[in-house]
Write a protein that binds this ligand. Structure first.
Ligand code: HEC
Ligand code: HEC
Length: 153
């Protein structure tokens, strides 16, 4: 009997040890990203480089900024799956990847007028979609009006 309990416990523990990494092993990507499609995704975006966003606070968005702000967002997500606020083609618990390399990138580009208008993806979803909506509601948020706020120049 005792042996049975011990072996049941051992099995349960082993199960936990193997199940946990599946939830927590997601690659979070860089803490801060220099969003520059021409530099980072030269194979997808060919138009001349004009502006970039030198320091997009990626981890702060994941851990703080988007939490609790679902009603302002275009894409559905939960506070325990904040990745979905931006990586909207990634199912909950799956590993997100770079937006301009994802399986639906062509569909997304088509929707905003083609690769030469790729910035509309960011302007629509980040600037107008979340920031402007929160601003209107007097919530503290990222830049929505001034180009400099994001582009830094
Ligand atoms: C919420 C942040 C944000 C704000 C505010 C913003 N942008 Fe952007 N914009 C971006 C992002 C992100 C990109 C993609 C940058 C990249 O990958 O090169 C971008 C890209 C661009 C591009 C394409 C640049 C290139 O090299 O091809 C242009 C042009 C641009 N923005 C103009 C503007 C102008 C003009 C304003 C102000 C009226 C503005 N943006 C405000 C986030 C913002
Ligand atoms: C506020 C929007 C936002 C949220 C929330 C977000 N990301 Fe990202 N993530 C981005 C952007 C923008 C990029 C850069 C896309 C590109 O260059 O095409 C990116 C890139 C990545 C990359 C690729 C990095 C690389 O260098 O190839 C990974 C991995 C990633 N994110 C993981 C995550 C995970 C995991 C979460 C949730 C815990 C998350 N992201 C939440 C916007 C976000």
């Amino acid at each position: 009997m005792r042996k049975l309990i011990v072996s049941t416990l051992a099995t349960a523990l082993a199960g936990l040890v193997f199940a946990l990494p599946a939830v927590y092993a997601l690659e979070k990507g860089p803490a801060v990203i220099d969003l520059n499609a021409q530099k980072n995704h030269a194979d997808v975006i060919k138009k001349p480089d004009k502006k970039h966003v030198p320091s997009f606070p990626h981890h702060d968005h994941q851990d703080k900024f988007v939490k609790g702000n679902q009603k302002y967002a275009k894409f559905q997500y939960t506070d325990d799956w904040t990745c979905g606020a931006c990586h909207h083609t990634t199912a909950k618990g799956e590993q997100p990847e770079s937006c301009l390399k994802c399986k639906d990138v062509n569909k997304m580009l088509e929707k905003v007028g083609g690769a030469d208008k790729f910035e509309n993806i960011y302007h629509q979803n980040c600037r107008d979609g979340c920031h402007k909506a929160m601003d209107k509601d007097k919530q503290k948020t990222g830049p929505s009006g001034k180009c400099k706020g994001c582009h830094g120049e």
